[in-house]
Design a protein. Structure first.
Length: 230
């Protein structure tokens, strides 16, 4: 019988940093959601004159751009800490490797391989969840996939809305105002949906990281590992 020791305080601090940064990302998503909903409301507001209407939209647009800059920086910091946290966990002796298919290095590369990064990170996280199995603990299978689907959809919708928004100015310059207004409306709606999904993904991610970090700090006896993996 042998005991696989839990990870140390440094890993706990790293997990806490990931949770805090992801929480800030979620708060910024919530702020962008509020700004987006206010923009949609102002867009359909016909009670104000054109000049006031334009000033409202420009002001909200500036708020959105400024928040997106901060969002990008915090998102990047959260991503760096997350990959470090995941890499340390994947390469630790605390992890039960029976049945594992991804090597520790792939827990980082999974996020960067085109197309495969739509699935591999979720599979890597599921492997960590199974490898940290502790008797009496419930697996994270359902929250993991809900988190991942929400996260992917929020990123895809947000990037698509931002990309299509550039075409609005081209349509306005070409004098095609009807198509420009229709495209602007669709970009606003997609952006709002993306931010709402981002808030959901952030809340679930905090719970997942906290749970895996807590379990990784607990030592486990090898004779109990098969029972946890079943």
């Amino acid at each position: 019988m042998s005991v696989r020791p839990g990870l140390g305080r440094g890993f706990r601090r790293l997990g806490t940093a990931v949770c805090v940064l992801v929480g800030v990302v979620g708060l910024l998503d919530a702020l962008l959601l509020q700004v987006g909903m206010s923009t949609v409301e102002a867009f359909y507001d016909t009670a104000t004159d054109d000049a006031t209407h334009q000033r409202q939209l420009v002001s909200l647009d500036q708020w959105s751009v400024g928040t997106m800059v901060v969002y990008a920086l915090v998102f990047l910091a959260a991503g760096v800490c997350w990959i470090d946290w995941q890499g340390q966990l994947a390469s630790s002796p605390r992890l039960e490797r029976a049945g594992g298919r991804l090597r520790p290095g792939w827990h980082a590369w999974a996020w960067f391989v085109p197309v495969l990064n739509l699935v591999l990170p979720a599979l890597a996280m599921r492997q960590l969840d199974r490898g940290l199995g502790v008797p009496g603990r419930r697996r994270l299978r359902s929250p993991l996939w809900v988190w991942w689907i929400s996260f992917v959809l929020s990123v895809v919708l947000g990037r698509y809305a931002a990309w299509r928004a550039y075409a609005v100015e081209d349509l306005v310059g070409a004098g095609d105002l009807d198509r420009a207004i229709d495209l602007y409306e669709r970009c606003l709606v997609l952006g709002v949906i993306g931010n709402a999904l981002g808030v959901v993904a952030a809340v679930l991610a905090i719970g997942i990281v906290h749970d895996l970090t807590t379990r990784a700090l607990e030592p486990v006896r090898d004779d109990l590992a098969p029972a946890a993996a079943r």
